[in-house]
Design a protein around this ligand. Structure first.
Ligand SMILES: C[S@@+](CC[C@H](N)C(=O)[O-])C[C@H]1O[C@@H](n2cnc3c(N)ncnc32)[C@H](O)[C@@H]1O
Length: 299
């Protein structure tokens, strides 16, 4: 992606998302692969950071196909769904372009062109996680938001500056308005025009998969990347987390993420050979009702 300057331009994305196809395309990695890495950080937003999600249940199943066809029955608890079978294959155009992008960006074989038949094993059961306010920054036509929704997350807001893709996502999931309506047009460098993003500190977590990368491919990359991060920092509540899924190596991403202006601490882990997850945890937030304090008799 770093050699493809058009990724930094809205017109590129509008064109790419245009046409009659309603196929989806997943950059880098699907939710099924990411969830075990991401969930503990969402849970850590409301301390104590102990991961208490339920073990897999084989009973329920809900597919995005069913949502698209409006087959989500009243009383079917998406939160209890154990299996998510994503059925859409990427369009040929997206596949070709995606492969080209992947090879130019990172030479990686991990680009998940589709999460077809992805099995999501364990749905989270922590109600506080499921009601966390989570911003998906630069959602594109990824199935991440829908997969999180079928996992039971209800505090999602998915934004993209391409009105073309937002309209497509809204019609793709029209049968389930609570999912469709959380797709909104917005520029991650300044989201104050959206009611859901107006107030400082109104978001518990932000998930960015490939959007900072796209911005960094464009003109004025340092300034625009800095604007995006400053906006995410403004939106995060104390203790909240910005999760960045990227091909960017620590040597290129840490100087940006660790700028002194940001009151967050940054950690990172590799996700396979060519992907990374950076977690920026904003300082402050609820004090742990500490198991350490309890164990040591402290207060
Ligand atoms: C590489 S794609 C990733 C899409 C999706 N997150 C995924 O994982 O498949 C980058 C997305 O970021 C969006 N984008 C780029 N710059 C943006 C900005 N300033 N504000 C909002 N969205 C932006 C593009 O329209 C595109 O959908």
């Amino acid at each position: 992606m770093s050699h493809h300057s058009s990724y930094g331009e809205q017109s590129y994305w509008d064109l790419r998302y245009g046409g009659s196809s309603s196929d989806t395309y997943e950059w880098y990695l699907p939710w099924a692969t990411l969830r075990d890495d991401i969930l503990p950080h969402l849970h850590g937003v409301h301390e104590p950071p102990v991961h208490k999600h339920a073990p897999p249940s084989a009973a329920a199943s809900l597919t995005l196909q069913q949502i698209r066809k409006g087959q989500l029955k009243p009383g079917h608890s998406a939160a209890s769904s154990a299996t998510v079978a994503a059925t859409a294959a990427p369009s040929p155009a997206a596949s070709v372009e995606g492969s080209a992008a992947a090879s130019s960006a990172a030479g990686s074989a991990t680009t998940a062109a589709s999460s077809s038949d992805a099995v999501v094993a364990a749905a989270p059961s922590c109600q506080r996680c499921l009601s966390s306010r989570i911003l998906i920054a630069g959602c594109g036509n990824s199935e991440l938001s829908a997969h999180m929704w079928t996992d039971g997350f209800r505090g999602l807001v998915s934004v993209d500056y391409s009105g073309v893709v937002v309209e497509k996502m809204r019609s793709l999931y029209a049968a389930e308005p609570t999912l469709a309506d959380q797709f909104l047009v917005g520029d991650v460098r300044d989201l104050r025009s959206l009611a859901a993003c107006r107030a400082d500190g109104c978001v518990d977590a932000v998930i960015d998969k490939g959007t900072l990368d796209a911005i960094l491919c464009g003109a004025d990359s340092a300034r625009n990347g800095g604007s995006m991060l400053a906006e995410m920092h403004r939106l995060l509540a104390p203790g909240g987390v910005l999760i960045v899924i990227t091909y960017g190596q620590p040597s290129s991403r840490l100087p940006l993420l660790e700028r002194k202006q940001f009151a967050w601490s940054v950690s990172h882990v590799p996700l396979g050979p060519t992907r990374f997850m950076y977690v920026c945890k904003k300082r402050g937030g609820p004090k742990p009702t500490s198991s350490v304090a309890a164990a040591t008799g402290g207060s």
